[in-house]
Write a protein of this length. Structure first.
Length: 337
């Protein structure tokens, strides 16, 4: 990026992130980086292991090495959980922001939780040194405020409504292609144990529905799993009669639920973490107990106008607002005394 000669030089920003699996948080961060790169010089520093992808035993040492190599001078450093834990202000000169979606390790394997518990304590200590904390919902903003942090900002997720303009005529063909005809589709979410798909399947397996999950399966259950390209994933949400998002951890938001609402598909979710704000704002259904799920799904099937309420709320999370809030916040962090 070249600034006009009479304009101030654009800010130099570094974004340090361990990407891992593709998640709703990863989509959020990619959109934030795209918005910032249109106005500032942005250096994306992914921390993912390269050799460790092929040799599993090298993954952690290589990631630690990459974290240790973060250094330089920037106007603003934007960090995730892991790069915040490793933050060294003598090696990385400039102001610091932390983008955090959620902090909840309760669904991780038991052997890993003590390590993450130690990292969490270190994370909160390092947060005292940063100029801004960014969250995407009231739940996590209030969490940090209760802990005494003052420079906490909320920037909601965003969605490109053009992505959701799917022709109604595509849906019968989609259902035939994947043998999903003849009865309602109930989408249970991404096939991960932490997303509650196993318990949701057990609660609904005796009902006369097509029970579907998506993504690379990380837990084996009896539901049909479809590993889809994004456009077909959106067709699945549109074709579904109900979307179920029974996450067992405290979510930052819930991109799947929001996407479903943009198709006027009724959503039933656990309401964990920031998901409650989304479901309540859109007039959807919160289900705290898996045992209540069959009755709530039947209710949603009988009240399809739930989808209209969801759409009315979900459509206002625009790119324009999201981009402006990120650009303005980074400028303030860089320039305010």
């Amino acid at each position: 990026m070249t600034a006009p000669s009479d304009a101030p030089a654009p800010l130099d920003i570094a974004w340090c992130q361990l990407q891992g699996k593709r998640t709703g948080g990863d989509v959020y961060e990619r959109m934030a980086r795209a918005a910032l790169s249109e106005r500032y010089n942005l250096d994306f520093q992914p921390l993912d292991a390269v050799f460790g992808k092929r040799v599993r035993v090298l993954r952690v040492p290589e990631t630690l090495y990459r974290l240790s190599r973060i250094r330089g001078r920037r106007d603003v450093w934007i960090r995730d959980f892991f790069s915040a834990v490793a933050m060294d202000r003598e090696r990385t000169i400039g102001r610091n922001m932390v983008m955090i979606h959620h902090i909840d390790f309760s669904t991780l394997p038991a052997w890993s939780r003590p390590v993450f518990s130690m990292m969490e304590r270190a994370f909160y200590r390092k947060l005292r040194q940063v100029e801004a904390i960014v969250t995407e919902c009231d739940y996590w903003r209030d969490h940090f405020l209760r802990l005494g942090f003052q420079r906490v900002h909320k920037i909601y997720n965003c969605f490109d409504l053009a992505d959701f303009e799917i022709d109604e005529r595509d849906i019968p063909e989609f259902r035939r292609r994947y043998a999903l005809t003849g009865k309602p589709i109930v989408y249970l979410g991404n096939c991960q144990a932490a997303k509650g798909v196993g318990e949701a399947f057990e609660a609904l397996k005796s009902e006369d529905y097509h029970l579907v999950t998506s993504g690379t399966p990380q837990v084996k259950i009896g539901a049909r799993n479809l590993d889809l390209e994004y456009k077909d994933y959106l067709r699945l949400l549109k074709a579904s009669s109900v979307v179920v998002t029974m996450s067992k951890f405290k979510e930052g938001w819930c991109r799947t639920a929001h996407e479903a609402m943009l198709f006027k598909t009724p959503v039933i979710g656990s309401g964990e973490g920031g998901m409650a704000e989304l479901l309540e704002g859109g007039g959807q259904i919160i289900c705290r107990d898996f045992g209540d799920l069959p009755a709530k799904v039947r209710f949603a099937l009988e009240h399809p106008l739930l989808g209209d309420a969801g759409y009315a709320y979900a459509k206002d999370f625009t790119h324009v607002r999201f981009s402006k809030e990120w650009v303005d916040l980074v400028r303030r962090v860089a320039t305010e005394a």
